[in-house]
Design a binder for this molecule. Sequence first.
Ligand SMILES: Nc1ncnc2c1ncn2[C@@H]1O[C@H](COP(=O)(O)OP(=O)(O)OP(=O)(O)O)[C@@H](O)[C@H]1O
Ligand SMILES: [Mg+2]
Length: 242
Amino acid sequence: MSVGRRHTIALVNQHSGVGKTTSAIGLAQVLARVWRQRVLLVDADPLSSLTERLDVATAARPLLDDCMLGRATAHQCLVAVGDGIDLLPCSAGLVGFELEAINRDNRALVLRQVLEPLVQDYDHIVIDTPASLGQLTVNALAAADELIIPLRCDYFASEGMAELLSFVTKIRAGINPALNLCTLLATHVIDGSRYAQRNMAEIRKVYGPLVADAVISEGGDMMKCYELLVEELKSKRSHKHR
Ligand SMILES: Nc1ncnc2c1ncn2[C@@H]1O[C@H](COP(=O)(O)OP(=O)(O)OP(=O)(O)O)[C@@H](O)[C@H]1O
Ligand SMILES: [Mg+2]
């Protein structure tokens, strides 16, 4: 059975601490361990939490920072991080791209071009992004065909959501019409918390079909939650292509 091939998923939210990096890792692990997929994780956040959490040292190694400035190829930067998952790591030096990009034509398409030679090598590419809607997030959305927006349910989850969705609409209308699947993913869901329940109900009321049935519970079996999410993505894809 297949979970669908060759998808590039960007994890995006301009708020910090919502679970972008955690979800990138969780999705990659489920895709690789349960579905036996070849997965590439891309750290496109200069905070480099993904690179750190996977324990990859960045000294004296070519990084995404270099690829984005045309100083290395993506192939040169790959690091195997277990379970058949590769990482394209980065460091704080990735902010150099944000600065340099100001004067570049086609600056939104640099990450897509960097990843292009790798697309055939992986079933899924999963991109972690910074807590901003800056040039790196634009690049991630330009390279992706799917988008997951993690939302923290232990505080006012939908704050800034209208702006984020209108940003996505603009990307789709302009640089990436192939960005075709958008999923809101509730994270930090505290089982039994009335506040979390109220937030969930509100999100479902406003964003209905965009919201995944799967939620990422706090303290529960997170991997099981990501397994349910992958099942759901698979089903959404098959409905889209019917
Ligand atoms: N579903 C969840 N339930 C509980 N804790 C979570 C959940 N998802 C993530 N966390 C915890 O919340 C913290 C922030 O998560 P994470 O680093 O994934 O957020 P982020 O959106 O990537 O933040 P940033 O924008 O700062 O990179 C981490 O300590 C992580 O372990
Ligand atoms: Mg992060």
